[in-house]
Ligand binder design. Structure first.
Ligand code: KE4
Length: 429
């Protein structure tokens, strides 16, 4: 496969952009290869700068649930652009999108648009702190909520080891209020919340984890989380940046029937343009400026092109049968993938819910960060490179999700499955 153009762009990029990329995981360091530069994408196919085409299971890390360059989304952007690209003033588009988002997500009475998932989660945590008057935040090992300081703590910085910075540049003073405890561990959860209820403003959780690879919550864990936070006056924040509009129209909270106090959204909600959002009960959201004292702002929040793209996307996913058809297709693909893995001698565990899944190269079930970390990342890297050379683009990290979109057809999925079978044969040699 000729990667000459990508190689040249990468050399140029590294001179003017840190690591040659605008987000670290795109550098493909953990899978032992250089990044390919994308020229264009349509449907479930991505074409790189050398003209090589790939069946895409990254889907821009989740947003492209309709597939790339969906005609309705492209048309919406084309219609909006000539009317002006940003005003710094309210528009009808953001009202329409806010109404549709609140109508779609069960716990949302009000929503504020921002420009990324990170902005959404950092704002939701500030709001929870402002609303409760308490400072502590509880998160879970292996869950990622964007790169705001208070989230960048070392895993396991729980009750015993208060927040330890997970990155240089993050002051201990900031993360000492963040506790990180194991996902799916109901006992530690109860112990932590009861011990520090008077100090804990909120718990933030990925209701299905996507950032340690896909890890599905045990229902007892999620139900206990909801009941305990209600009992103890702690704000429950569902970070649905990945699961929102992915697992159901109303996200994980609709799928599981568990309603948080605040929800963070991103990715899909912008149809591929930069949109994040946080929202929840009116009583809490009315604390946000200018109505309330909790400050949050953004020059490009509610950007008209992004709102137009988000509206177009939402109108497609709100069509009857959208999610049932995606579920059926994903179910078939996961079944075939499990069959291939089961027939090979390569130890793998497939975690899947809806149209998001991860094939872990490990023997034991993966139910939290500790068991996810047992996976053989070397072997994953070899699998990634073999699949890429066969024209299939997987997430360049064992600890991410792969996504099925409405644009994945039987032919593209069968190609990916055939490549998987051939890759597994090489892995078991
Ligand atoms: P952004 O700031 O990247 O829009 O969203 C942060 C974020 C928040 N919450 C969850 C559950 C997320 O998954 C993310 C971002 N996800 C990663 C990959 N899983 C984005 C990819 C990247 O960092 O380049």
């Amino acid at each position: 496969m000729n990667n000459e153009q990508s190689r040249e762009y990468f050399i140029r990029a590294k001179k003017v952009i840190p690591g040659g990329v605008n987000s670290p995981v795109r550098a493909c360091k953990s899978v032992g290869c250089d990044p390919l530069f994308v020229r264009k994408a349509t449907g479930c196919t991505v074409i790189d700068e050398d003209g090589n085409s790939y069946v895409d299971f990254v889907c821009s890390w989740g947003p492209m649930i309709l597939g790339h360059a969906h005609p309705d989304v492209v048309a919406a952007i084309k219609t909006a652009a000539p009317l002006g690209t940003s005003f710094g003033a309210p528009t009808s588009l953001e009202v329409e999108l806010a109404e549709l988002v609140c109508d779609s997500v069960p716990s949302l009475e009000k929503v504020r648009f921002v420009n990324s998932g990170t902005e959404a989660t950092m704002s939701a945590v500030r709001l929870a702190r402002g609303y409760t008057g308490k400072d502590m935040v509880v998160k879970f090992d292996g869950c990622y909520h964007g790169h705001a300081d208070s989230f960048l703590v070392k895993a396991g910085s729980g009750l015993i080891t208060l927040g330890i910075p997970g990155s240089p540049g993050v002051p201990e003073d900031i993360v000492k209020n963040t506790l990180s405890i194991p996902y799916n561990d109901t006992e530690v959860l109860e112990e932590t919340l009861r011990a520090r209820a008077d100090d804990i403003a909120c718990v933030i959780v990925e209701p299905v984890a996507g950032n340690m690879g896909v890890v599905v919550p045990e229902m007892e864990f999620l139900r206990t989380l909801r009941s305990l936070t209600k009992e103890l006056g702690i704000v429950l924040i569902f970070d649905e940046v990945i699961t929102g509009f992915r697992l159901a129209l109303g996200g994980a909270q609709e799928r599981f029937g568990i309603l948080p106090d605040l929800t963070c959204l991103g990715k899909i909600i912008g149809g591929g343009l930069p949109v994040g959002a946080y929202g929840g009960r009116r009583e809490i959201m009315d604390q946000v400026a200018p109505d309330g004292p909790v400050y949050q702002a953004g020059t490009l929040s509610g950007n008209p092109l992004a709102m137009a793209a988000g509206l177009a996307m939402l109108k497609v996913v709100r069509q009857p049968d959208f999610y049932s058809e995606l579920e059926e297709k994903s179910d078939w693909f996961a079944g075939e993938l499990s069959g291939i893995a089961g027939r090979s001698s390569v130890p793998t565990v497939l975690n899947r819910i809806g149209s998001m899944m991860t094939c872990f190269f490990t023997k034991e079930p993966v139910r939290d960060f500790k068991t996810a970390a047992e996976a053989d990342t070397e072997r994953y890297g070899q699998h990634f490179r073999q699949m890429l050379s066969g024209g299939v683009w997987l997430a360049p990290s064992q600890f991410e999700a792969m996504f099925i979109s409405a644009a994945h057809d039987r032919t593209s999925m069968e190609k990916a499955l055939a490549m998987t079978e051939s890759s597994f044969k090489k892995l078991s040699d």
